[in-house]
Unconditional design. Structure first.
Length: 100
């Protein structure tokens, strides 16, 4: 099992475009033996300490295997809507790990 943590930074004013992409991408996770464990929007009040910019959203996802994650990334339906992600996401940071 692998875990993916993603910090997502949105271009100003593109929140609706990002939401449109997420309506396609999030359901695709389950098709590849994955689960969205957490999707959150950190607020300034929820941050105790930081040395990086606070992301717009934070996602925690698990997949049964590395190949499931790779297949999710290659999903044809998701690929058809990557232009929405490119139009709305300024940057994202992805951390991949395992449960210890």
């Amino acid at each position: 099992m692998i875990f993916i943590t993603q910090l997502i930074y949105i271009k100003p004013g593109k929140e609706d475009v990002f939401e449109e992409f997420e309506r396609i991408a999030i359901p695709a996770i389950a098709r590849y033996n994955g689960s969205l464990l957490l999707r959150m929007r950190p607020s300034k009040d929820s941050i105790i300490e930081n040395s990086i910019e606070v992301p717009y959203e934070l996602h925690l996802v698990q997949f049964e295997s590395e190949s499931d994650f790779i297949n999710f990334m290659k999903d044809k339906e998701r690929a058809n809507f990557l232009h929405l992600k490119e139009a709305s996401v300024q940057a994202s940071i992805l951390y991949k790990g395992i449960k210890l």
